[in-house]
Design a protein around this ligand. Structure first.
Ligand code: GLN
Length: 380
């Protein structure tokens, strides 16, 4: 046999960022802010780096951060987690990997919704699982009872989902979450919920965790990420929350993946999570203004844009914009001809992708967004 990963391509996010670095293109591909991050959070990390321990923190995270996550979710989402039910990871991707490695047995089916984040399927397969893909249909991407019934089988043991959704920018509606919860309870599924965009919501949408739905408290792994909440994607501080019986298993996986996460960053994130409500409201308002600026600019340039309810992304509809290119070709052309990097939505599909949408990241300064719009306007 040959190595399992021999034929695996490099993730689209790294590929596009590498090309943007090489060509000097404006990078609206991979999702990251072009700011340094909020000064108070950076100072907290610098202070902890200089004045606290730089040796191995406890394997499951410093207790201050575990308690801060629990308190944060109590305050913002009405959840009742104990600090012991929170395990700190090196980013949400590690939390997803640890959850799958800890819980999935060979042959278990894991239900996923497409479009889906590109790490999910390789991790499910490496954990010995089999993905069952429920394809959602644009532009509403709605989850229906019929589609769910068709995708869940006798072998389905897990639901792995992202909400709010990268790349569509959708926040799942209450009735869709209730439907998913009902399925998890009646079919005895564990839900692994990647909720890294939970704080980046717009137009006064409040995030609803699946863990808060009836019957879900003790059958959900809730995953979060400081990178998205505090605009510091390079920090790679995340966490996974679950009832003790599950958390014990998650910790066993985590101990042999990264074991731990840099302590100064944990201290800073613990401080950040304790910021008053107004801090999070202001952060959301900033990103909402950036979303609106990019959407309005692109629309004025003749692009048809699906404005998002959450995340740092909007999508351009190519055919509706009068552009007769598929998403991959469009992204290839604009990086070379317009000097703008973007992400084709087909990267979020294992097979038979939707190919008419392109994702653009708007967590950038006004100047950069305006320059990107000027370049994309000239490309048409
Ligand atoms: N979540 C980021 C995005 O969707 C990518 C993160 C990564 O490249 N690992 O753009």
């Amino acid at each position: 046999g040959h190595p399992v990963y021999r034929d695996m391509p490099t993730t689209i996010f790294e590929k596009m960022s590498a090309r943007a670095r090489e060509t000097g293109a404006i990078n609206l591909g991979q999702g990251f802010p072009d700011s340094q991050g909020p000064a108070e959070i950076l100072h907290a990390a610098a202070d902890a780096l200089l004045n606290r321990s730089n040796q191995y923190p406890p394997m499951a995270g410093i207790i201050e951060l575990r308690a801060a996550v629990a308190a944060h979710y109590a305050r913002h989402q009405g959840l009742d987690l104990e600090p012991q039910e929170v395990i700190v990871t090196s980013g949400a991707t590690e939390a997803i990997a640890a959850s799958l490695l800890a819980l999935v047995r060979p042959g278990d089916e894991v239900l996923v919704l497409a479009p889906l984040y590109d790490a999910y399927l390789p991790l499910i397969e490496r954990a010995g699982g089999v993905a069952s893909v429920l394809r959602l249909t644009p532009p509403a991407w709605r989850i229906t009872r019929e589609a769910l019934a068709a995708a869940v089988t006798e072998k389905t043991r897990f639901l792995l989902m992202n909400n709010p959704v990268n790349p569509t920018g959708i926040a799942l509606r209450d009735e869709e979450l209730a439907l998913l919860a009902e399925y998890c309870v009646t079919r005895d599924l564990i839900a692994i919920c990647d909720e890294v965009w939970e704080h980046v919501t717009f137009d006064d949408i409040a995030h609803k965790p699946l863990m808060g739905f009836p019957g879900m408290r003790d059958r959900t792994v809730k995953i979060g990420s400081a990178g998205k909440i505090f605009s510091v994607t390079g920090w790679k501080v995340g966490w996974m929350c679950a009832a003790p019986a599950i958390a014990t298993l998650l910790a066993r996986a985590h101990q042999f993946i990264t074991f731990t996460t840099p302590p100064h960053l944990q201290w800073a994130v613990a401080e950040g999570l304790a910021q008053p409500e107004s801090w999070f409201t202001a952060m959301r308002a900033d990103y909402q203004a950036s979303r609106d600026r990019l959407v309005e600019g692109l629309r004025a340039a003749g692009y048809v844009v699906n404005a998002s309810a959450a995340t740092w992304f909007v999508t351009i509809d190519l055919p509706a914009s009068g552009i007769a290119l598929d998403d991959v070709t469009f992204c290839e052309r604009i990086i070379d001809e317009a000097g703008v990097a973007a992400i084709p939505i087909s990267a979020f599909y294992p097979a038979h992708p939707v190919t008419h949408l392109v994702r653009l990241c708007f967590s950038k300064s006004d100047t950069v967004l305006d320059q990107a719009v000027t370049r994309l306007a000239a490309f048409r």
